[in-house]
Design a protein around this ligand. Structure first.
Ligand code: SF4
Length: 283
């Protein structure tokens, strides 16, 4: 196992070329009491990075802020360095808002927007809510990419400042969710139903992993649930890849998908068809 040396935080740029950059220990000097206050107030967030020019994290061209901390432990996670809050760079709310403001006009011109992803952004729900509120006031389209587990940490009014919820759906069945993410999903399903009641637009994302998430019956249950909500505008099948493998190796975490190949084109097409058969626009 390789050990990971801590880079000096001031040597690390807030902007990264991609979230696949390995980032660790960047917030470890923040005292626990300050972390507690930050989580309570949202005055300070912990971010892996900002990336620009994304065409895959919502409509148009997006600025994406990647948060750290996540309660799930998905077998296929490609950014396990974002599991730990203090691996992220401590960033004041004002700094994060200024970062978005720098790009606001361009994002509007390109019919894109700002996406908060992770990690799991709702682990820092106060920071997320205040950031979305500020970005929305700039007239920029807002999206959150979330596993949905802490959806109840945002109020209905706060959800109204998020134009699109991209739900990373791991499974529909509780046992399968436990197998994939090592946690239950009752809260996730509740959050989806709440968004449906509130008529908030959603996209679904589903990672297709051979031997783990490619059972057609389970995909059918996810697709049927998505369709039943009546607010899912788009479903995306994301083929599993090994771009994050080096992070598991370097962090010394047991990686169960070491020998798993990406799904075949046929298998991806068949998963897309299951979503389409449920009446959804799927890609
Ligand atoms: S929810 Fe996302 S960040 Fe969290 S473990 Fe799963 S894939 Fe990784």
């Amino acid at each position: 196992m390789e050990t990971v040396a801590a880079p000096a935080p001031d040597m690390v740029s807030l902007e990264a070329k991609s979230p696949f950059e390995m980032r660790v220990h960047l917030g470890e000097n923040v005292p626990d009491m300050d972390v507690k206050t930050a989580l309570k107030t949202g005055d300070l967030g912990f971010l892996h990075s900002f990336t620009t020019g994304s065409a895959v994290d919502g409509p148009g061209i997006r600025l994406v802020a990647w948060t750290t901390s996540c309660m799930f432990r998905c077998q296929y996670c490609h950014n396990p360095d974002t599991w730990t809050l203090k691996n992220g760079i401590p960033v004041t709310l004002e700094h994060a808002v200024d970062e978005v403001r720098k790009y606001a006009n361009g994002l509007k011109a390109m019919k894109g927007g700002f996406t908060l992803s992770g990690g799991e952004p709702m682990m820092q729900a106060r920071f997320a809510a205040r950031l979305f509120d500020a970005v929305k006031k700039m007239g920029v389209h807002t999206a959150i990419e979330t596993n949905g587990y802490y959806g109840n940490h945002l109020s209905d009014d706060e959800l109204a400042t998020i134009d699109l919820v991209i739900l990373d759906m791991k499974a529909f069945s509780a046992e399968q969710h436990q197998r994939v993410a090592n946690m239950d999903n009752a809260e996730v399903l509740d959050f989806c139903r709440r968004l449906s009641t509130l008529r908030r637009p959603m996209w679904f994302r589903y990672v297709l992993v051979p031997g783990l998430t490619d059972d057609p019956d389970e995909i059918g249950r996810v697709a049927g649930f998505a369709a039943s909500l009546g607010v899912v505008e788009r479903a995306e099948i994301l083929p599993f890849h090994q771009m994050g493998k080096y992070k598991w190796d370097r962090l010394g975490i047991d990686y169960r998908l070491e020998d798993t190949d990406p799904p075949s084109a046929e298998s991806v097409a068949s998963a897309i068809n299951i979503f389409r058969s449920a009446g959804l626009s799927a890609h």
